[in-house]
Design a protein around this ligand. Structure first.
Ligand code: ADP
Length: 230
């Protein structure tokens, strides 16, 4: 199985006034294509920072990251943006839908940004897949939190990403909506072999992944391999 994500000796430090804050301290791990991984740990342990580095949204202070064999450190910001656009999906805890666009239009955005035309039918199909066929003309403010997160997931999947990074994708959802988002993510993982890298506090979500990495104080302190439960 090929490695889709490799993080080697990642360190991230922030400097404020006279002191230096080490947020990530020598973090290394890799993920194979089609696998699923959860990153867990207390608030402030560096999970979101790590996810952002791996998705190419931020750069490490030291260490190296490869996504699909591309070394992010060696790439220009434009090339990193291209790589993200082509192969990477991202789902945020607070959905980040565009409030002035309908659900359907939000899902269409990533493909439109690529210059692809006639994307409405694919967006409609994905909205159907996330159970929102009848909400396509609703604006985010007219949708529940669970519905907004499902729109965000449809939007992340419209580019057929090879790897999806999700930061607390069930964080703002009640139990029922969290369950449906969990089902959706693992359905995509199974059907499309989309690699999942999730930061989560949700045990149901973490337990569905093949591996769990536990962080504390900016370090990886434990790695748990799980049997596939479904
Ligand atoms: P987690 O996702 O585990 O809650 P984060 O990665 O969000 O942790 O944050 C880890 C630590 O890094 C926190 O102490 C946070 O305050 C700090 N941090 C994150 N971003 C910045 C920044 N831009 N400047 C300074 N400190 C930051």
């Amino acid at each position: 199985m090929s490695t889709i994500l490799q993080a080697e000796h990642l360190t991230k430090t922030y400097r404020s006034a006279d002191k230096q804050l080490t947020v990530l301290d020598d973090v290394s791990f890799s993920v194979n294509q089609g696998n699923s991984l959860a990153i867990i740990g207390p608030s402030g342990s560096g999970k979101t920072t790590l996810l952002g580095l791996c998705a190419g949204l931020d750069t490490p202070s030291s260490g190296a990251i490869s996504v699909m064999g591309f070394k992010l450190n060696a790439m220009s910001e434009d090339d990193r943006a291209y790589l993200r656009n082509q192969y990477v999906g991202f789902v945020f805890q607070n959905f980040q839908l565009l409030s002035t666009l309908t659900a359907l239009e939000n899902v269409m955005v990533p493909l439109e940004l690529r210059g692809v035309r006639d994307v409405a039918s694919k967006a409609r199909e994905l909205l159907g897949r996330v159970g929102l066929a009848d909400r396509s003309h609703h604006y985010p403010s007219q949708l529940s939190g669970g519905e907004q997160q499902r729109v965000a997931i449809a939007r992340a999947f419209i580019t057929d990403p090879k790897i999806l990074f999700a930061d607390e994708p069930t964080g703002n959802l009640d139990e029922e909506n969290a369950h449906s988002v969990t089902e959706l993510l693992f359905g995509m993982n199974k059907e499309n072999a989309t690699t999942l890298v999730l930061v989560t506090h949700n045990l149901e979500l973490a337990q569905r992944t093949q591996r769990i990495l536990r962080m504390r104080g900016g370090k990886l302190v434990e790695e748990i391999h799980q049997m596939e439960t479904v």
